[in-house]
Design a protein around this ligand. Structure first.
Ligand SMILES: C[S@@+](CC[C@H](N)C(=O)[O-])C[C@H]1O[C@@H](n2cnc3c(N)ncnc32)[C@H](O)[C@@H]1O
Length: 346
């Protein structure tokens, strides 16, 4: 079972309105899965087949709750039950066991934590206020932990699926310098620098966001090829002399006029013949404003950024690029988290 539709198929078999009753309970399943991940149930079941009683002892949890929880994880497709024993499903074993190279747990917990925003969409719509979750922390440690989690989530979410698409669709042959604005974990810069060993990567992000990127560069042994520049992309200089500039998942945070200013800043920092790459969630090609991927991401962006950021179309982005001075725009719809639009500095 790898599809939420399959999970719900027999939930609706109650005489209730089929779609509406499933929508009413969608957060139940998501909540059970979120609790399972936070308790490390899939970690504990890695390579094992165990009873609920065993799990309750491992967790120090109520045995009845544990049994019902594990049955619900079977309903959600995370576990498989044989007799009275449970084991991970193929998908949860691959993606929800900490330490595996395919681990997706940080992305899962980050994305599912956004569910609480959806509960408040009505309030946000009426107030029009930003619901950013980045401003209040109890301590410096909590703030640092938030940023590590957010950056790791971006790495696992976009990075894994997107890096090959970026490499396959954008040719950087002959380019010497690559600036990654709002770089997050730096996953794309590591990928392009690996493919093009003569390329120098520069990671630009807010000071508080950079520590994970720095440690991942070190871990990859790429400290000679990739450097960092801490700053606010609105107010601090990007430097100059770049042959390629990437904005990945960054412009979505900004309204159109701010996107144009950032693109102008990129333009000024680039060499003639340089390429600007915007990799983001776009209403582009088959991904229209009502396709689930676009509609829900647009809503998150709108409530997160107070209605000022958001998902734009490829054509709108072409307009922003032209205003910034770029030519030869190319829209590349992709089946990943992000699509791509590129343009050239003449
Ligand atoms: C959605 S994440 C995308 C991260 C990464 N580029 C990716 O695609 O995985 C947005 C990034 O923009 C950065 N950012 C937000 N506001 C910024 C600002 N004013 N100056 C610099 N970076 C900023 C955040 O810190 C975060 O790393």
């Amino acid at each position: 079972m790898t599809n939420i539709g399959d999970v719900f198929a027999n939930l609706a078999d109650t005489g209730e309105p089929p779609l509406i009753s499933q929508l009413a309970r969608a957060s139940w399943l998501a909540g059970a899965a979120k609790s399972a991940v936070s308790l490390g149930i899939c970690d504990k079941l890695s390579g094992r087949k165990e009873t609920a009683e065993w799990m309750a002892k491992e967790l120090g949890a109520n045995p009845l709750h544990t049994e019902e929880m594990m049955n619900s994880c079977v309903a959600a497709g995370l576990l498989v039950k044989t007799g009275n024993e449970f084991q991970n499903s193929e998908e949860s074993d691959k993606y929800l066991v900490k330490g595996k190279p395919t681990y997706y747990g940080e992305a899962f917990t980050y994305l599912s934590s956004l569910g609480s925003l959806f509960d408040q969409v009505d309030t946000a719509m009426l107030s029009g206020e930003e619901m950013s979750h980045e401003d209040e922390f109890e301590s410096e440690e909590a703030e640092a932990a938030y940023w590590t989690h957010y950056m790791l989530a971006m790495d696992q979410w976009g990075g894994r699926m997107q890096e090959d698409m970026l490499l396959d669709n954008v040719d950087l042959t002959g380019k010497k310098t690559f600036l990654d604005v709002g770089c997050g974990s730096g996953v794309y810069t590591r990928a392009v620098c690996k493919k093009y060993p003569d390329l120098k990567g520069i990671l630009f992000d807010q000071e508080k966001a950079l520590p994970l990127a720095v440690s991942l560069v070190k871990e990859a042994g790429m400290s000679d090829q990739i450097s960092t520049l801490a700053g606010d992309y609105h107010t601090d200089s990007f430097g100059s002399g770049y042959d390629a500039v990437l904005f990945s998942g960054a412009l979505i945070q900004e309204p159109g006029d701010a996107q144009i200013l950032l693109l102008k800043k990129a333009f000024e920092s680039m060499n003639s013949g340089g390429i600007v790459i915007i990799q983001d969630i776009f209403k582009i090609g088959p991904y229209t404003e009502t396709s689930p991927k676009i509609a829900l991401e647009s809503l998150v962006a709108a409530v997160f950024f107070g209605g000022s950021g958001g998902v734009v179309s490829g054509d709108e982005t072409e307009g922003f690029l032209a205003e910034a001075g770029f030519t030869s725009p190319t829209q590349i719809p992709l089946p990943g988290v992000y699509s791509i639009v590129t343009a050239v500095k003449p």
